[in-house]
Design a protein. Structure first.
Length: 228
């Protein structure tokens, strides 16, 4: 069996499918699956073979695309359902509502984007949003990043240190700054503009849902005040 397994490994690494190996060596495909299921290199070969089959068979490719769409549709619905539960849990928390309101006003709300991104020239807004991410949502700081938009006469390291002190972000969380180029190189904003962001499809879906729920809550309160 040891020699058979060694031959199976050689065939698999050459790109052979389980069926091909089974025909050549007389080993059951279930046995092969058991041997290789935890091998990363075998999983890559499996993905490659699946892709070849899909491209060679338009119908299979169409079914694969449809299945992926349904899978992501279900995942997005899960995220939104989670957001509803979280909103009920945290809606009395001022920091939670502040984070949502800040994002409603200043955040990037493209539904197709998987990035939660907020930009502002006011360090206090960035600080509060960072607290919202870390203290309420419990997002690890190593998942949160920022970058600065600066005029040419601003010193990158000086501005990063300044934003770090006022926002609570570590200087290690700052990506490469972007400098504005134009006819007027002098600074317009003394500290530039800071963008704080987290790459997460789940968080983006939840943020957009929270904004909807917050709007509903405000409309309901406004209606009560109107009829009071």
């Amino acid at each position: 069996m040891r020699k058979a397994r060694e031959k199976a490994i050689l065939l698999r690494k050459s790109g052979a499918s389980y069926k091909k190996i089974s025909r050549e060596l007389g080993i059951a495909t279930s046995t092969l699956a058991g041997w290789f299921k935890n091998e990363p290199w075998s999983q890559k070969i499996k993905a490659s073979l699946s892709a070849q089959v899909s491209w060679a068979n338009p119908k299979a490719l169409e079914l694969l695309v449809h299945a992926n769409r349904e899978r992501w549709k279900n995942k997005h619905e899960e995220y939104r359902t989670q957001a509803i539960k979280e909103f009920q849990k945290y809606k009395s928390n001022p920091l939670f509502l502040s984070g949502i309101m800040l994002y409603w006003g200043e955040g990037e709300k493209q539904p197709k984007s998987s990035v939660v991104r907020l930009s502002n020239s006011d360090p206090e807004m960035i600080r509060i949003f960072n607290l919202f991410l870390t203290k309420v949502l419990k997002i690890s700081p190593d998942k949160i990043f920022a970058w600065l938009l600066l005029y040419p006469d601003l010193v990158d390291s000086v501005q990063k240190n300044s934003w770090s002190k006022t926002t609570g972000l570590s200087t290690n969380q700052f990506k490469k700054s972007i400098y504005i180029k134009g006819r007027h190189p002098s600074k317009r904003l003394s500290y530039g503009v800071c963008t704080i962001f987290v790459s997460s499809r789940a968080l983006k879906e939840r943020m957009l849902k929270w904004i909807e729920l917050c709007q509903d809550l405000l409309r309901a309160q406004a209606h009560l005040l109107k009829n009071d």
